[in-house]
Write a protein that binds this ligand. Structure first.
Ligand code: RUQ
Ligand code: CUA
Ligand code: CA
Length: 640
């Protein structure tokens, strides 16, 4: 491995290894940050601790005995695969992939009529989209902790938000955000800003990263583009309102009192080229006053854009100069910040610097004071701005006052104490805010700790999403796995516990106690309008060229041993799994007809296809269910 100290620009040659390449290219964007090529002296940074798995403090072992269950669930975004992954932690074992935005061959997502309806189809019945790019996932809250109802996940490409039911672990709704491109950050609120009885999530906030003309026609003058910050109703999944802002949105955070949401902005310059996006010394973290925005919507102070009916309020700087009526507040943060994260003590949002080697700690009570007209300068809400290292991206918390920030360029995680950072910022130069550093492998992006962004942050495990694995796993051709590392944070020093290869590109994740979920393992038959509740209802009905085939499955047989259709028929096949036993899933595949899907216990699913050439087609169960699984078949006889 190359030395992980930052390389100088002169060393940028085509032969450079990836780590070197990354440091040097990123440094082009760090012009003016010469001082930061040294490790920050401030805070008395200890040297990086060597990976010391198995040494002191490794109380959190990641290797479970056979049959032993994990103590935490992890929800991981799946990246290009457009799904959510469910992991058991600390083992890191992948338990399930929940398809959302992209078809999935195991469950038949994007093939069954039910899943196509959720994903969205064109007029011809085909899927509107079959690609996705999920980045961020967060779950619903009650009293500041996860309540196990829902999780949400974004699709950056087509600006869609998907909701996952955490009882059945399935995606049940997808909404496309109007007039938004590059939907990136996502965060549910944690309670209502006004009604104290609503102490749980009712809104989900979504940041639009790419600014576009609104409506999207005409001008190539990027200065006139805007981004929208959207609010989606957590239950109906419909848009409630949007805010038009200056600059762009990136990540999103919400306060525990429900009053504030915020998004960091790396392009306050409104540049269309990346050089332009880095021209300003400071960008911003823009705060949204939720109660005021909703009052403005109620009072009719909004417009709509294009064919969308969603109310859009004006959150631009020019329209919000008066604190006492402002809907938005732009706190300045250094050059091109990245993640913004809410500390579990409910007091701060922390913006990671990215192109600046710093983190900015913003005090929420001060932001509220500014909105009340009691704080003269908004930047007075900045409680600390301290150096951490090169390329800070995201921050997690242990509930003991410490923050853990990924340093992309340094390939490290830095543990730092928030109160001490504030003291240091106030002038106490003896305040040693950096507690520990650990090398990770390599170039970490997202980071999260067990229960991190809840009031129940427990400081046990820290997962780090390393964007490059390089030499950590057997080579498998040009495409490398990413490396997700698990770190024990129960002690003063961080201890590296495990490497896990993951298929690209998971981005973000949350980790929470297993007791918070109450998964159901058998569906309710009545939840499916098309359910075939009795095998006796099985059979074929015809309406012109439209044919409906109803069938049930009970191991090891389908209720129909054969069924007949005619060439060219539009066949809708409805299958209900009448087995009630946990873990008894059946599959249904038809050769030559592009059909394969599963039905879990008491589930109903349907597919529609055109019957092909005359002949016999053995439909068979694709999911091992019984000793006679191979015999579990039915014949589709297609007549001329
Ligand atoms: S972003 S590596 Cu899409 Cu979550 Cu920060
Ligand atoms: Cu039913 Cu295999
Ligand atoms: Ca910028």
């Amino acid at each position: 491995m190359t030395d992980k100290k930052t390389e100088s620009l002169q060393e940028a040659t085509p032969e450079l290894g990836r780590r070197r390449f990354f440091n040097t290219t990123a440094l082009v964007g760090l012009a003016g940050l010469a001082a930061c090529t040294e490790k920050p002296a401030s805070g008395g940074a200890p040297a990086a601790s060597a990976p010391a798995a198995g040494s002191h403090g490794a109380a959190n072992a990641s290797h479970l005995k056979p049959g032993e269950l994990d103590t935490y669930y992890g929800l991981w975004s799946g990246g290009h695969t457009g799904d959510m992954r469910v992991l058991g932690l600390p083992s890191g074992r992948e338990l399930l992939r929940i398809p959302c935005f992209v078809p999935d061959a195991l469950v038949g997502w994007g093939h069954t009529n039910e899943s196509k309806k959720i994903m969205g189809t064109k007029a011809d019945g085909n899927l509107r989209y079959s690609v996705g790019d999920t980045h961020h996932t967060h779950a619903s809250y009650k009293d500041g902790n996860y309540d196990g109802r829902y999780a949400w996940i974004n699709d950056k490409i087509n600006s869609r938000i998907a909701r996952i039911r955490l009882d059945y672990f399935v995606c049940d709704k997808i909404t496309q955000l109007p007039n938004v491109q590059g939907f990136h950050g996502i965060f549910p609120d944690k309670r209502d800003p006004v009604d104290p009885a609503i102490n749980y999530t009712t809104r989900v906030f979504c940041g639009g990263e790419f600014s576009i003309p609104l409506p999207n026609a005409g001008t190539d003058d990027a200065k006139q583009y805007h981004s929208l910050f959207s609010c989606v109703d957590a239950e109906t999944m419909e848009l409630r309102w949007q805010v038009m802002i200056d600059g762009n949105c990136d990540l999103v955070a919400t306060s525990y009192d429900g009053k504030l949401a915020a998004t960091n902005q790396y392009n306050t310059e409104m540049g269309a080229k990346y050089e332009d996006m880095m021209s300003a010394e400071r960008d911003a973290c823009v705060f949204f006053n939720i109660a005021r925005i909703e009052e403005a919507v109620k009072a009719g102070k909004f417009k709509t854009i294009g064919s969308s009916k969603v109310p859009v309020v004006d959150g631009t700087r020019a329209a919000n100069g008066d604190a006492k009526s402002a809907l938005t507040a732009y706190v300045s943060v250094p050059k091109n910040p990245h993640g913004v994260n809410a500390s579990p003590d409910q007091k701060y949002f922390i913006c990671a610097g990215k192109l600046s080697p710093t983190a900015t700690v913003i005090e929420l009570s001060k932001v509220l004071e500014w909105f009340d007209g009691k704080l003269e300068k908004l930047d007075g809400a900045i409680a600390a701005e301290v150096e951490l290292g090169l390329g800070p991206l995201h921050t997690a918390f242990d509930g003991r006052g410490n923050a853990y920030t990924t340093l992309f360029l340094d390939s490290q995680v830095v543990k730092w104490n928030v109160d001490k950072a504030i003291a240091f910022h106030k002038g106490d130069k003896n305040a040693k805010y950096v507690v520990d550093r650990i090398d990770v492998h390599y170039q970490p992006g997202h980071i999260n700790a067990s229960q991190s962004e809840t009031v129940a942050a427990d400081g046990k495990y820290l997962a780090v999403g390393c964007k490059f694995s390089k030499d950590r796993f057997l080579p498998v051709g040009p495409l490398h796995a990413e490396n997700e590392q698990l770190i024990d944070i129960s002690g003063e020093k961080m201890v590296l516990m495990a490497d896990h290869p993951v298929r690209g590109e998971p981005h973000d994740f949350i980790i929470f106690k297993r007791e918070l979920l109450k998964p159901k393992q058998v569906y309710n038959l009545d939840d499916f309008p098309l359910a075939v509740k009795d095998p006796k209802e099985s059979g074929v009905t015809r309406n012109g060229k439209k044919v409906t085939v109803k069938m049930t499955s009970q191991a090891p047989a389908f209720s129909l041993r054969e069924f007949k259709v005619k060439k060219g028929d539009e066949v809708t096949l409805i299958l209900t799994n009448l087995d009630k036993v946990e873990d008894l899933t059946h599959g249904f595949a038809i050769p030559g007809h592009n059909v394969n899907f599963i039905v879990n216990p008491q589930e109903t699913a349907s597919v529609t296809f055109t019957a092909g050439d005359p002949g016999v087609y053995w439909c068979y169960c694709t999911h091992f269910c019984h000793a006679l699984h191979l015999e579990m078949r039915t014949r589709m006889i297609v007549e001329a």
